[in-house]
Design a protein around this ligand. Structure first.
Ligand code: HEM
Ligand code: HEM
Length: 172
């Protein structure tokens, strides 16, 4: 069977950001145990702001084309659920790094992009309500994002191995 695919740019951006986001979710949640072995946070921040930049590019690019049609076997409810999860994932791909950036802007360490240049800080005073909001949001939304990613992956695997309807192959 022939499957309409997502375009090459969309596929590349999907997989690059997916790998970094999974690493950042894991790194963030395991930071205490990992920090005894390697200083994880400088890398977490550099990869995180990279996700912000890539996601803005991805979202802008996404508005210029239509996704390939779903198989006719997919009902309205399933399509609606898929669209809602994708929408929330897009939102969190922006909001997670943004809240991290806000929180870290009020911190004492510089935000370095892999030692190559310094990422600018937002005007967030140390100990301010805004910094605290960034930190709270980053933590809560991190759990929400983890749950959505797990659901998203489970759905992709269900399409591939149970329904065998080619939905996963559109993104490969
Ligand atoms: C895709 C992007 C990102 C994801 C998925 C992500 C995920 C997480 C998660 C799950 C945690 C653990 C929960 C917590 O302690 O708050 C965390 C912690 C943290 N993140 Fe991120 N993060 C991202 C981007 C960023 C960025 C861009 C920055 C800063 C520039 C940042 C700075 C931090 C800091 C400083 C902590 C430790 C907070 C603490 O110990 O209280 N993160 N991140
Ligand atoms: C952090 C990890 C991930 C994030 C944030 C993410 C995000 C997204 C988003 C936002 C879309 C919608 C694309 C669009 O229409 O513009 C999408 C589509 C898709 N993703 Fe992911 N994804 C992640 C990981 C994965 C993984 C690990 C798999 C496979 C096991 C996967 C499989 C797919 C498939 C098959 C589609 C197309 C689904 C459809 O058209 O309904 N994704 N992903």
């Amino acid at each position: 069977m022939d499957y309409a695919k997502y375009n090459a740019g969309a596929r590349a951006l999907h997989w690059i950001t997916a790998v970094i986001i999974v690493a950042n979710l894991a790194g963030g949640l395991l930071k205490e145990s990992l920090s005894d072995v390697v200083p994880i946070m400088p890398v977490h921040k550099a990869t995180g702001v990279t996700v912000l930049a890539l996601s803005l590019i991805r979202l802008g690019w996404r508005l210029t084309w239509r996704a390939p049609a779903y198989p006719a076997t997919m009902g309205r409810l399933e399509r609606g659920l898929a669209h809602s999860v994708h929408g929330l994932l897009y939102l969190l791909m922006i909001a997670m790094p943004l809240s991290g950036w806000i929180m870290s802007s009020g911190g004492k360490y510089p935000i370095s992009w892999f030692g190559l240049f310094e990422w600018p800080k937002l005007p967030v005073p140390r100990g301010s309500v805004l910094q605290e909001f960034g930190a709270q949001f980053h933590e809560t939304a991190g759990w929400l994002m983890l749950a959505l990613v797990l659901g998203h992956v489970a759905a992709a695997l269900r399409h591939h191995f149970i329904l065998k309807d080619g939905v996963l192959r559109r993104m490969l």
